[in-house]
Design a protein around this ligand. Structure first.
Ligand SMILES: Nc1nc2c(c(=O)[nH]1)N[C@@H](CN(C=O)c1ccc(C(=O)N[C@@H](CCC(=O)O)C(=O)O)cc1)CN2
Ligand SMILES: [Mg+2]
Length: 297
């Protein structure tokens, strides 16, 4: 079979460009007399990965000129106390965006916490109101990782190339699978969603011009399954041990075996991951703008 040159999609560079754009817009926003947009980040417990993500979110929020407000709560906090904090942040006129870092400890009802966030401050775009707005094509806040996936696809292929393309989303979470499928539909792709009960995953992958993998299973998708010339967006971030006993991050797609078959592929790390935080910053500014427009309306 003819091998093609596989292009690596540089998510780190795309994220840096998006954040620079957000920083410029924040400068304009404050120069025209508005308060600095503020993002409240709520972390519950001591999960090491969550701590790193939250630290990066806070650092990058400040770096683009916005205000970061951190709330670190103990792992054994009760649900009522967490809901009370969310209610306080909803009512605080100085807070534009609220983000509750996931996953939450097992004893907390995650759906209830997300449902308690004011949809207009829901910069993760996870509230049912924002999910409904996305499904109905209305303006709202869109989940960060899916938005990052769509931006990378548009930049790589162009909007016109998405029209009518067969896009396969693997995974159906509310954080990635479902919203990314909605965004692809909005970009006029023909969308299929595969999941744990899909009967013939390799066959579904073979039919796809675009594959968005978000299952959290290391190297589940073999390069040999791909349609030659496909574009692959790998959302998986799986920490595995190498035969030499070292820890390594890998995606849901076997990056090496996709070389020579895929036309474009995001690496892990350095692909979709950095876009998640860049989109969060863009969403926080958007929340400040939306709230101001709604207050004036
Ligand atoms: N409330 C939320 N919780 C979680 C989200 C989210 O969007 N909102 N997403 C993930 C975690 N996450 C941000 O919170 C996140 C994950 C990964 C990255 C990233 O940049 N990854 C790097 C690699 C990092 C590493 O070395 O470990 C990469 O892929 O290059 C950013 C943000 C779950 N929780
Ligand atoms: Mg739970």
């Amino acid at each position: 079979m003819t091998r093609i040159d596989t292009q690596r999609i540089d998510g780190k560079a795309a994220a840096a460009a998006l954040s620079a754009e957000t920083a410029a817009k924040v400068t304009e926003w404050t120069a025209s007399g508005h308060r600095r947009p503020a993002l409240a980040v709520v972390l519950v417990g001591e999960d090491p990965a969550s701590q790193v993500y939250v630290r990066n979110k806070q650092r990058q929020t400040e770096a683009v000129g916005m205000r970061s407000i951190g709330h670190h709560l103990p792992a054994d906090i009760d649900q009522a106390a967490l809901l009370h904090l969310v209610a306080e942040l909803n009512a605080d006129p100085e807070v534009d965006g609220i983000l509750v870092q996931l996953p939450l400890p097992k004893h907390i009802d995650t759906a209830r916490v997300i449902a308690a966030i004011d949809p207009d401050k829901d910069v993760d775009g996870l509230h049912v109101v924002n999910a409904g707005r996305l499904a109905n094509g209305l303006a709202g806040l869109v989940p960060c990782t899916p938005l990052g996936c769509l931006i990378l696809l548009e930049q790589t292929l162009g909007r016109e190339a998405l029209r009518g393309a067969n896009a396969l989303v693997i995974g159906r979470s509310i954080l990635v699978g479902k919203p990314v499928a909605q965004l692809l539909l909005g970009a006029n792709c023909t969308v299929t969603i595969a999941h744990g009960s899909t009967r013939d995953l390799p066959d579904a992958v073979r039919a796809a011009d675009i594959v968005v993998a978000a299952v959290g299973r290391p190297k589940l998708i073999a390069g040999g399954w791909l349609k030659p010339g496909a574009t692959v967006i790998d959302v998986g971030i799986n920490r595995v041990e190498t035969p030499a006993g070292k820890s390594q991050l890998v995606g849901d797609v076997d990056y090496e075996s996709a070389q020579g078959i895929a036309a474009h592929i995001t690496p892990v790390p350095g692909g979709v991951g950095p876009m998640t935080i860049a989109c969060l910053l863009a969403n926080t500014l958007k929340a400040a703008e939306l709230r101001r427009a709604r207050l004036l309306a």
